[in-house]
Design a binder for this molecule. Sequence first.
Ligand code: PMV
Length: 339
Amino acid sequence: MVSESGISSWKSPSNIAIVKYWGKHGIQLPKNPSISFTLNECTTSTQISWVKGSGKLEFVFEGKSNSTFYGKIEKYLSLLQDEMPFLVKYDLTIESSNSFPHSAGIASSASSMSALALCLVSMEEKIVGKCKDFFRRSNFLARLGSGSACRSLYGGATSWGISDLSGSSDEYAIPVDIHPIFETFHDAVVIVDAGEKSVSSRAGHNLMNGHLFASVRYDQAHANLKRTHKALVDGDIEQFGNVLEEEALTLHAMMMTSNPSYLLMRPNTISVIEKIRSFRNKTGTPIFFTLDAGPNIHILYPDSVKDTVKTFIENDLCAFAAEGRVIYDRIGKGPQKIR
Ligand code: PMV
């Protein structure tokens, strides 16, 4: 007999894109394939408790109600009505918290939507029965909440969107095998500005519709996905770094050349980029930067140079960070079931 009530809980990480997803169509389908590293420290923990009822929703974020997040979750759950028709027969209490401060300038949609999707699929298994591929279903559902969230469901590297990679799909992300050197990679995030972005990612994706450079950009993303995949398999750090930085700057170039145009980089973003490039040129240390849709800089480097890089960040970059804030993360193993 199906139980009248239950609980499921998952901790899921954020991810950082190497080749960026920018531009979408339909229901969260990407205009180009992307590939990312799954992170370890920046996570969201979510718990769903359910009891037979009439589809009421309560949402608690870090111990308090939060109307913005409540609205997003309500919208997401109504989008899932056809996929998960059992949901309307239960009252849900969703409790969620992030491992990183909410106002740290770190996007939380990937970790939060993937944690929520995992909890929902665990709930579905308890009510409806086992599904064929738990992680595939979770990542399909996570995608409906936030595109990049579907790339958080596996550890290491993950790719989403149809490409030359075998098994790739626009509907869900797949895990990608990488050279062991990349499994040791760190990601230190220099928080240049922790404030709310002036233009949301949703608006940014929309501005790719009719963008003068859109089709060239999508061709470039396909080519860069191939280059990145080869570098990741071969353990070619230099080639990886070249594509990483090209992708970051292209993403922001798309923003600067959209109509209307906008800028999410801050003066300190440029200063940090210049410092990284000159440090790399001077010392030969393999460190590379990337950006997501915001002003903060992710610095990627292998474990072998972690002490050198930490000293460089503390001496040369912290001065450009808001309140000197840097979040040290590394490549992780993917989500963890809590209960
Ligand atoms: O998943 P969204 O809609 O928040 O878009 C994410 C877009 C980027 O972070 C800029 C790139 C990416 O692939 O993660």
